[in-house]
Design a protein around this ligand. Structure first.
Ligand SMILES: [Mg+2]
Length: 368
């Protein structure tokens, strides 16, 4: 059984130049001109190459983590061993239960799923229980426009004209939501992600102001995001579905919220927590009032993994798609979004590999 022995695990930081029809938004205190994550490449002795994706804000850190921690533990081990990743998680737990080491393991986890499905010759969704739908609706997730009603109107109108039927905003005010509600009409679901805008005593008033514009859900309403009790109190009183999860550092925290039904949507990020954890969270939601709606602010193998996860889960939810122009759009030829829908791939594994130029570190540019 030598063929399944891991020959190499490497990471390839991916910085995708984008524009969103105005000046770059701020991210982590800096203007943001690229959308960043990292490809994870796994190869076994038999030549099978599989792909994962890790959250990555600092490429030098992630490269070092793969080189010094991940690769030495994974190399020469059998990729088919179901205990490989759990044992690595335990071996590395002293280095932190969230952050870049965990994100690196998440990328390896996705690559191992791709590898298993490729080796079995089946699409990933089959290993997740089988697809319950052939296509998944995508929603246009706008970046931040800082309450600029004119821009919000223009960009959401553009998304609707391209066939998207649902929109998410990264805004914090009722005025911003009102502008998009006017542009999109009364029946378009509009989600609002505040990225942890409010302290617990500020949130009720801010949400009340938004209610007349009918938000579909309000995402990450509270600072700090891990205050589960405050979230549960807010959900019980605010009258709008709440969604959280992208800041969760473990599946455990989200499972507790599901058990207590303290929010309506949980949003695991597969490039932070891994696909195994996200699948467990989706299963944990079954029979509860909580719906798993993965956070998908990325475009690589983690995006495809999320598409398979959504296709296989019981409750139908839409797939987050950041609404930007990319200089190079991963999988544009293989798994395109058309009229606001993504077909669920049926080729073995994730269904498509990243394009050779991405693997070579060429991400395109907008320079003319
Ligand atoms: Mg979000």
């Amino acid at each position: 059984m030598k063929h399944d022995i891991i020959r190499s695990v490497t990471c390839i930081p991916m910085r995708l130049p984008f524009h969103h029809w105005t000046d770059p938004p701020l991210f982590a205190g800096r203007p943001r001109t690229t959308l960043d994550s990292a490809l994870v490449r796994l190869e076994t002795q038999d030549g099978v190459v599989a792909w994962g994706e890790s959250y990555c804000v600092e490429p030098r850190a992630l490269l070092a983590i793969f080189e010094t921690l991940i690769a030495p533990l994974a190399k020469d081990k059998p990729a088919s061993d179901p205990m490989l990743l759990p044992s690595m998680q335990r071996t590395l737990h002293n280095l932190g239960r969230s952050g870049p080491v965990v994100h690196a393991l998440a990328g390896l986890d996705i690559a191992l799923w791709d590898w298993r499905a490729k080796r079995a010759g089946v699409p990933l969704h089959e290993l997740l229980g089988g697809k319950r739908r052939d296509r998944v609706r995508a929603y246009a997730s706008l970046l931040q426009y800082y309450d600029d009603a004119e821009l919000l109107d223009a960009v959401s109108t553009r998304a609707l004209q391209e066939g998207y039927a649902e929109i998410k905003l990264h805004e914090r005010s009722a005025e911003a939501l009102s502008a998009v509600r006017r542009a999109a009409g009364p029946r378009t679901p509009i989600m609002v992600d505040t990225n942890c805008a409010w302290l617990p005593d500020e949130a009720p008033g801010a949400i009340e102001a938004m209610r007349e514009h009918d938000p579909f859900w309000i995402e990450e309403p509270l600072w700090p995001p891990e205050d589960g009790r405050a979230l549960a109190r807010l959900q019980a009183s605010c009258g709008v579905p709440l969604a959280v999860g992208e800041n969760a550092s473990s599946a455990h925290a989200l499972k507790e919220m599901i058990d207590e039904e303290s929010v309506r949507y949980v949003q695991p990020s597969v490039i932070k927590l891994g696909l195994s954890a996200a699948r467990d969270i989706a299963r944990h939601c079954q029979g509860t009032a909580v719906v798993c709606a993965p956070q998908v602010a990325f475009f690589g193998p983690g995006y495809l993994a999320s598409l398979h996860l959504i296709a296989a889960q019981e409750r139908e939810v839409s797939l987050e798609r950041l609404y930007v122009r990319l200089a190079h759009t991963p999988y544009q030829q293989t798994v395109p979004i058309q009229d606001g829908w993504a077909q669920v791939p049926d080729a073995p594994g994730l269904g498509a590999d990243p394009e050779p130029e991405l693997v070579a570190g060429r991400f395109g540019s907008f320079s003319s």
